[in-house]
Write a protein that binds this ligand. Structure first.
Ligand SMILES: [Zn+2]
Length: 348
């Protein structure tokens, strides 16, 4: 089958389209084989290409997000059947460790992400446990394969950050950095669903205009405006109740300066660097919470799929590339010019 692989880590010139063996048979009792139709890119994929402290079996197939058609099921699979259109939850858990038994699958001691720790979705066929699949809900207009593929990773990540970790409430103010990225856009949607006032930032006026169309209450250009001063001014000096962070070193100090009393800062990434400082006197005096978050558990995944079905969490697709142009798709992601998800069409 055709697949987007790397045979070594490095730059985007490592990306290759290759003919690789189909997933091995036979299927385990709860395994499902899916014919992939579309796969969406995430920043995770860039990190995998450049090299993470993970041992790969080369050639390594990239891609975490995907959607496709079930084409075979193991003997004990009950939740899906051949012909079903499904979306993939990219986090694979063991369902046996103490965290899984407590329902916290993204804390699993054997947690693995598709395309990072195991073979990914940028290929024509993949075998996954049935727990990692959800039937694509019927909405009007119907979800395209690209939209279905674009949904899972960022929406699950944003849901856990905003709802489970930060517990954003109606009437509170949330600050979201870097609107345009998938997690930030999903966080905007979710924060508005919670009834919060949402301030978003970007260095692109076009992205800020698009964010206003999507419901952002206030937009700030972080290249030309001092974000923390603006947030203080917009909140009567209170500061934001919640800050959604995935940028890391470049925004950390401004994130803290924007955070009000009792504020919660949630981080799911560190694209500009992982080392930050905090003044503990401000942490305890203002009762701040600094929270980490990665992906989400099965109950959270079911909840976001339910809300997708009620038309409330439809993902935003930036552009769709054919598999032959996967390198161009990665380059667009790397340049950060997208407004929404970049999707690769694997099969028509
Ligand atoms: Zn586990």
């Amino acid at each position: 089958m055709r697949a987007c692989v790397i045979r070594a880590t490095g730059g985007l010139d490592r990306l290759q389209l290759a003919d690789v063996p189909l997933p091995s048979e036979p299927l385990g009792p709860r395994d499902v084989r899916i014919a992939i139709r579309a796969a969406a890119l995430n920043h995770l994929d860039l990190h995998v290409v450049r090299g993470l402290p993970v041992e790969h079996r080369f050639p390594h197939i990239l891609g975490a997000d995907g959607a496709g058609v079930v084409d075979a099921v193991g003997a004990d699979v009950r939740s899906v059947k051949p012909g079903d259109r499904v979306m993939i939850n990219p986090g694979v858990s063991d369902y046996t460790c103490e965290y899984c038994r407590a329902g916290e699958h993204s804390l699993c001691v054997n947690y693995r992400l598709l395309g990072e720790h195991v073979a990914g979705t940028l290929c024509e066929s993949i075998v996954l446990p049935e727990q990692n699949l959800a039937i694509i809900p019927t909405v009007t207009p119907p979800l395209s394969w690209a939209e279905a593929a674009a949904f899972s990773l960022v929406t699950l990540t944003a849901w856990r950050m905003v709802v489970t970790r930060a517990q954003l409430k109606q009437g509170e103010t949330a600050l979201i950095w870097g609107i345009g990225g998938g997690v930030a856009l999903a966080a905007l949607r979710i924060a508005k669903l919670r009834g919060a006032r949402v301030i978003v930032t970007s260095s692109s006026e076009a992205k800020l205009a698009a964010a206003r169309q999507l419901g952002a209450d206030v937009t700030l250009n972080h290249r030309t405006q001092k974000v923390s001063q603006e947030v203080r001014a917009l909140t009567g000096k209170r500061g934001a109740d919640v800050v959604i962070e995935s940028v890391g070193e470049a925004t950390w100090e401004e994130s803290l300066r924007s955070l009000g009393r009792g504020g919660r800062l949630v981080s799911c990434g560190a694209t500009t660097g992982p080392k930050v400082a905090i003044d503990l006197r401000r942490l305890f005096w203002y009762h701040w919470s600094v929270l980490g978050s990665t992906m989400g558990n099965d109950a959270e995944y079911r909840e976001i799929v339910r809300l997708l079905g009620s038309g409330e969490l439809r993902p935003i697709v930036d552009r769709v590339f054919p598999l032959e142009q996967v390198r161009a798709a990665f380059e667009r992601l790397d340049q950060g010019e997208q407004m929404g998800k970049i999707v690769v069409e694997v099969a028509q």
